[in-house]
Design a binder for this molecule. Sequence first.
Ligand SMILES: [Cu+2]
Length: 114
Amino acid sequence: MKKMLYSMVVFSLVFFVMSCGKEVKTEKAVVKIPTSICGQCANTIKTAVMKLDGIKSVDVNTETKLAMIEFIPASVKVTEIEDAIVMSGYGANEKAANKEAFDKLPDCCRKEEL
Ligand SMILES: [Cu+2]
């Protein structure tokens, strides 16, 4: 019983600290990904962006050619997100895809020539 009470106290304390901890503010950014085509493109972009610190979620839509990214502005900047996409072989907003990365993409993902 004593042990249970102890663990309950610890639990509520942890919960208290967590809920009182500085609230992490997130922001949402929409990045244009004009050269994305298929589901594999979406996966490649998602994987590349998720590797960055401070990324909460990535939602890639190859039909609207937009990526919706929720991120922590204190940890990561939109330009870094764009660069990660560029380095994975896709254009991001006004930035062109990295040529080397683009050449390594599967054939189905390279319909648009740079
Ligand atoms: Cu593709």
